[in-house]
Write a protein that binds this ligand. Structure first.
Ligand SMILES: *Cc1c(COP(=O)(O)O)cnc(C)c1O
Length: 379
């Protein structure tokens, strides 16, 4: 039996531009962090609309550095969500600080801003929302709360390159962190980026990225090697100009899914918000069986994420396991991401729609336990 989906979840494709750029970087003899990294930083800063961008070795090291850049360390608390990839919370632990989880809201899958203030203590130093699946978190509201309480805002924008609220981009509220892992909306194979308008933060993360060294072999503080290589930056420079068209294609496919899918809950859309659909995530009745039937019919799917962060072993070991986040826990049982990558053909999109609709008809429509609340308009 063929166990490989005919329509896969991702199809990272390297074109002639990427190959030529990598070859040129290899031939230049400048392999480690150099002019290509600097150029990628400048162009990414422009994309996000901030004065500073600092490239890193991964999205995880970008998060870790961003928190260090805001001076977060032992004894501090950082408010984040349990419905995310584990790196969002792990980065807090790396600094010696403690993550404090608040639940997400059902309509956006992102941090429920109405729960933040009750979680603030005298130890709270930062709020770390995640713009999950390419949907910007409620950043204007969260930025207001952060400002009112004198807290840093670090947005995990690993999945939201080019997403926006109005004309303001994800990564431009407080400090943003991006990932360039191969399945993300743009890639450098491995890599990450920190974006910020705060010059002091930018300077500190540059120093920490490079073993605390401004003058060669003079180390001012304990730093790291979290650099990106010029070979990886070359891939990113070839990928960056393709991002707008790739995002537009993702949005076009998502629009069609939103109009034509039946018997599943499709993602909520906020007026004026550009969701870039890193993932197109439905909620399905009898989700695991649903995924298995899609697989048998040649349609790939994936569960992001099957276990909430507070129930992952490292967090259970730290005593988080007994906490309860009802929306997150329900979503982890219902979410299913279906293919939405830009290389899908219209015929493949039609096949996904037919297959999902047929499967939902067999397994029964999903009924939300609570009525779906429409997302608030963010102007
Ligand atoms: C991918 C991802 C990360 C980590 O990025 P890496 O480049 O894999 O280290 C962090 N947070 C979220 C939400 C992600 O999706």
């Amino acid at each position: 039996m063929n166990t490989r989906p005919v329509i896969p979840m991702a199809r990272p494709r390297m074109g002639a531009e990427e190959k030529e750029a990598v070859w040129a970087a290899l031939e230049s003899g400048m392999l480690a962090q150099g002019p290509r990294v600097a150029e990628l930083e400048a162009r990414f800063a422009e994309l996000v609309g901030v004065p500073h961008a600092v490239a890193t070795s991964s999205g995880t090291t970008a998060l870790h550095l961003a928190l260090l850049g805001h001076g977060i360390g032992p004894g501090d608390e950082v408010i984040t969500v349990p419905f995310t990839f584990i790196a969002s919370a792990n980065a807090v632990l790396y600094t010696g600080a403690r993550p404090v989880f608040v639940d997400v809201d059902e309509a956006s899958f992102t941090m429920n801003q109405s729960l933040i203030e009750a979680a603030i203590t005298p130890h709270t130093r930062a709020i770390l929302p995640v713009s999950l699946y390419g949907n910007p978190a409620r950043l204007p509201e969260i930025a207001d709360i952060a400002a009112r309480h004198g807290l840093a805002l670090v947005e995990d924008a690993a999945q939201s390159h080019g997403a926006a609220i109005g004309d303001r981009k994800s990564g431009s509220w407080g400090t943003g962190t991006f990932s360039f892992y191969p399945t993300k909306n743009m890639t450098t194979a491995e890599g990450g980026m920190i974006t910020t308008a705060d010059e002091a933060v930018a300077e500190r993360v540059r120093l920490l990225r490079e073993h605390g060294m401004k003058v060669r072999y003079h180390h001012d503080l304990l730093g790291y090697n979290f650099r990106m290589s010029d070979v990886h930056a070359a891939i990113g420079l070839a990928q960056l100009p393709k991002l707008p068209a790739n995002n537009a294609r993702r949005i076009e496919i998502a629009d069609r899914y939103g109009r034509e899918l039946r018997g599943v809950i499709t993602p909520g859309m906020r007026p004026g918000v550009t969701h870039v659909f890193h993932q197109y995530t439905i909620r399905a009745n009898r989700r695991d069986e649903f995924a298995e039937r899609l697989r048998e019919r040649g349609v790939g799917s994936a569960i992001f994420y099957p276990i909430p962060v507070h129930r992952q072993q490292p967090f259970v070991d730290l005593g988080y396991g007994a906490q309860s986040f009802p929306v997150t826990e329900r979503l982890t049982a219902e979410v299913l991401s279906i293919p939405v990558h830009p290389d899908l053909t219209d015929a493949e999109v039609a096949t996904v729609i037919e297959t999902v609709n047929a499967t939902a008809a067999e397994l029964g429509p999903i009924t939300a336990e609570t009525p779906r609340t429409p997302e608030t308009t963010t102007s």
